[in-house]
Design a protein around this ligand. Structure first.
Ligand code: AHR
Length: 810
């Protein structure tokens, strides 16, 4: 499909379907070296994180003991087992009585009933799906213990193989006191072979009960921070040279999942919580540790503060949450004379953290706009008044109560959609708030990220870079995932790991190439694709329909006509006989068809097997309530093949036209600003003549589209930046086609160019992916291009992403 400016002459394209295939003609990419555009924000490429997929517990946070405070399951000490030696008898149980600290309200009791001389009974932990032990390494073990029922010690703490046959390191607590006390030991391994099938055990030798709390084991951490992070993961993240870190969510920011005031101070005062993704979280990586993570990797913090989404009733009092946000900002940035700054200093970090970005909530389009409008304003006013230099980010672009500095947009789509959406910000209103793309990801299937996903990601990223005058920050989500099937919530993520190893997905490597290889100024760029016309595709045909997205909507007076001939009409009071509901809760009464359900895409269409090609389809539509807008369908054949026009959706900002062909969605048309009012009837009309479709709202022509079936249309994507000090031009090129494509690169102004260009290329079969067992199947290779000039041809390999650094002689 192509969209035309409504004033463009139509006959040029009429009758010409376009199919893609390998072409000998190069695609021409024009880089306007002599017309530098906006500066790329120095923080542009960043990271987004939350506790999902065991990102921290069992991930970045280096703690090796799973369920260290026995709260993962209220009834059973999961990941713990009792290890009695021959003829010894003992058991483990959970107790709610007399805890070591109020926040540690579950105690593990190791009950040693009988034990022969030389025998033992131990409490063993199996780690986060493996307990990694490495040679010549010092591990810091600690736990609270209290001896009862006649037990006085000693205890032996052991790092050993899962069968207990090999002890890698051990240490002793000679005697235990009757009351709670914390014990700290160091376990040092020798010349052993690294392994993960291991356990950590606390052994007793005499009858009695040992009560245990907060049992912890840390390997060496990044920058040797106590309570710190895994070195390999920090290095993998650091290699991306990220400009910022968005934390702590995502959904994790919502109240009940992450309450920052409960994440500060000693670990024994952190109760942890339920998390957002169906597992208990320790909050060992708390607010101080988030900021220290930023400090360690030189990232700007993007602090997301909770606004009560999904928890506070729509009319609830937001003032306590506003105060909580102000306190959080003070905790990060305040001096010793402030209440919360003093607490940070007491926690060990004297210097204030730099903070420039604060986001209010996450994906607040799940609530009504009215709710977010009412909530955002007091946050904005309070933060702006106290911290006038902070940039304040909203989570929806249709906010009207205040003008945010930035809007956080999120996108999760398949590769075809992400490629098609690479133009998404081309027509964004330059006078509106700047954009933070705070979550985005291509995913084709519930599978590890493939090269095909990375191609979608790369195409999408070129669009963000080209529009860097508007797009200030971008980050992929989710960032981290533990590959154990019991650990992850979303299989498509950027960096995978188990307890011992880490791997980057093809998208990780693509993002690394982009983040490390770019200039500081955007160069305008045009891609004129080489396309080969083949037999014209047949003209589309089909029926008509109506729909919505989580909206309570109504439709009436449906008419399909060809000239004077009426092809279809709903007689007054008719009940839409023969219309087939696909999704949603549809009913009709008194000639009005209604949708009342709350699921995402709901639609219904004429089921007469209609094959209309030339017609005028009109319907009256009104939105009653809900999230989405009003949709009408033409060329409707089945749920995978149709054209849909929607108003009132897309945050009620603009009219949108999508083509769905064989299940692949592609946006069509222009960005026409339209907002609708609830309760008002609108007349939506689509005039279809052959390949030409015109879209009218209340009789006014909004947009025009020419139907040219076939997907995807574009297979070459590009962006360019310039290094203003060296003059070098950086190109990011993407070929999503399964065949090599020559591209001619024209640098305007005929600059004098170094004859050899260097860079990196990522290429592989579309279905290839990296994994724990094959971590480097898809990795970038060095690229050298010779005979470079201000106009040269380079052949992009099939399924490839190239980053090219062209030296310019100044
Ligand atoms: O990235 C996973 C989740 O997707 C985030 O928590 C949420 O913001 C989004 O819906």
């Amino acid at each position: 499909m192509k969209s035309l400016n409504v004033f463009t002459s139509l006959f040029v394209l009429a009758g010409c379907g376009i199919c893609l295939m390998a072409s000998a003609d190069p695609t021409v990419i024009t880089v306007h070296v002599d017309k530098p555009g906006a500066k790329l924000n120095s923080d542009f490429y960043g990271l987004m994180t939350e506790e999902i997929n065991h990102s921290y517990d069992g991930g970045l946070y280096a703690e090796l003991i799973q369920n260290r405070s026995f709260k993962d399951d209220p009834n059973t000490p999961v990941h713990w087992s009792v290890i009695p030696s021959v003829s010894a008898v003992g058991s483990l149980s959970l107790s709610d009585n007399d805890p070591a600290a109020p926040a540690l309200n579950k105690t593990l009791e190791l009950n040693i009933k009988s034990v022969p001389v030389g025998g033992t009974v131990g409490a063993a932990n199996d780690g986060f799906w493996g307990l990694p032990v490495k040679p010549r390494t010092a591990y810091n073990a600690s736990f609270f213990a209290e001896a009862t029922n006649g037990f006085t010690g000693p205890l032996t703490v052991s790092l050993e193989s899962a069968d207990g046959h090999t002890v890698y390191a051990a240490a002793q607590v000679p005697a235990l006191s009757a009351g709670w006390q914390q014990y700290n030991l160091q376990l040092k391994t020798g010349r052993i072979t690294a392994s993960t099938n291991n356990r950590f055990v606390i052994y007793g030798f005499h009858p009695g009960t040992v009560r245990l709390s907060l049992v912890s084991l840390f390997p060496p951490t990044y920058n040797n921070r106590p309570n710190g992070n895994r070195i390999d993961l920090m290095e993998t993240l650091g290699a991306l040279k990220p400009g910022f870190l968005r934390f702590p969510g995502g959904n994790f920011v919502d109240p009940g999942h992450y309450e920052w005031k409960k994440t500060i101070g000693p670990l024994s005062s952190r109760p942890g919580g339920d998390g957002a993704w169906n597992y208990h979280v320790s909050d060992g990586l708390g607010i101080l540790e988030f900021f220290e993570w930023c400090e360690d990797l030189n990232m700007q913090p993007v602090l997301d503060v909770t606004d009560g989404r999904g928890w506070l009733p729509g009319n609830g009092d937001v003032a306590p949450l506003v105060q909580d946000a102000l306190d959080e900002i003070e905790y990060a940035t305040g001096g010793p004379d402030t209440v919360w700054g003093a607490k940070r200093i007491a926690g060990g970090h004297t210097a204030p953290f730099p903070l420039h970005y604060v986001e209010i909530g996450n994906e607040d389009f799940f609530d009504n706009l009215d709710v977010y409008n009412a909530r955002f304003a007091p946050f904005f006013d309070a933060i702006r008044a106290k911290y006038p230099n902070l940039l304040i980010i909203a989570t929806r672009g249709d906010i009207t109560s205040r003008v945010p500095d930035m809007v956080d947009d999120h996108y999760y789509h398949n590769p075809q959609e992400m490629e098609a959406m690479s133009t998404h910000y081309d027509n964004y209103n330059r006078k509106g708030p700047k954009i933070f793309v705070g979550e985005w990801r291509t995913s084709e299937a519930e599978h590890l990220v493939t090269m095909n996903d990375a191609l979608g990601d790369a195409a999408w990223m070129t669009g963000l870079e080209r529009n860097a005058d508007v797009v200030q920050l971008e980050c992929y989500a989710p960032l981290l995932f533990n590959v154990n099937p019991a650990a992850y919530n979303t299989p498509v993520n950027e960096i995978g790991y188990d307890s011992m190893s880490v791997f980057g997905t093809p998208s990780y490597y693509m993002q690394k190439m982009f983040a490390l290889g770019h200039g500081d100024t955007v160069l305008p760029i045009e891609v004129a694709a080489a396309q080969q016309s083949t037999t014209p595709a047949p003209i589309s045909s089909g029926g008509v329909g109506v729909g919505t997205f989580r909206g309570n909507v109504e439709f009436r007076n449906v008419k399909v006509a060809h000239g004077d001939a009426v092809l279809y009409q709903e007689a007054a009071g008719a009940s839409f006989v023969g219309w087939k509901p696909y999704f949603g809760d549809w009913s009709s009464a008194d000639g009005v068809l209604s949708q009342a359900g709350t699921i995402r895409d709901c639609y219904t269409a004429t089921a007469a097997g209609s094959k209309w090609t030339d017609y005028s389809y009109s319907v009256e539509a009104r939105k009653v309530s809900g999230e989405g807008g009003l949709s009408v369908f033409v060329h409707f054949n089945d749920p995978e093949n149709f054209v849909r026009w929607e108003i009132g959706g897309r945050e009620n900002r603009e009219s949108g036209i999508d083509d769905m062909s064989n299940g692949f969605v592609q946006p069509l048309g222009h960005h026409v600003r339209v907002s609708i009012e609830n309760g008002r009837w609108y007349t939506m009309r689509v005039d279809v003549i052959g390949r030409d479709m015109k879209f009218y709202l209340d009789g006014n022509l909004l947009d025009e589209v020419i139907d040219t079936p076939g997907h995807p249309e574009k297979t070459v994507f590009a962006s360019a930046t310039k290094d203003s000090s060296s003059g070098a031009v950086w190109l990011h090129l993407v070929n999503t086609a399964a065949f090599a494509q020559p591209v001619r690169l024209d640098l305007t102004g005929s600059p004098r160019v170094d004859s050899t260009a260097a860079g990196q290329i990522l290429k592989s079969d579309a279905a290839s992916y990296n994994s724990i067992t094959n971590p480097t199947l898809v990795v970038p290779q060095k690229l050298t291009i010779k005979h470079v000039s201000h106009s040269f041809v380079y052949t992009l390999p099939a399924n490839s992403v190239a980053v090219i650094d062209i030296g310019i002689q100044q």
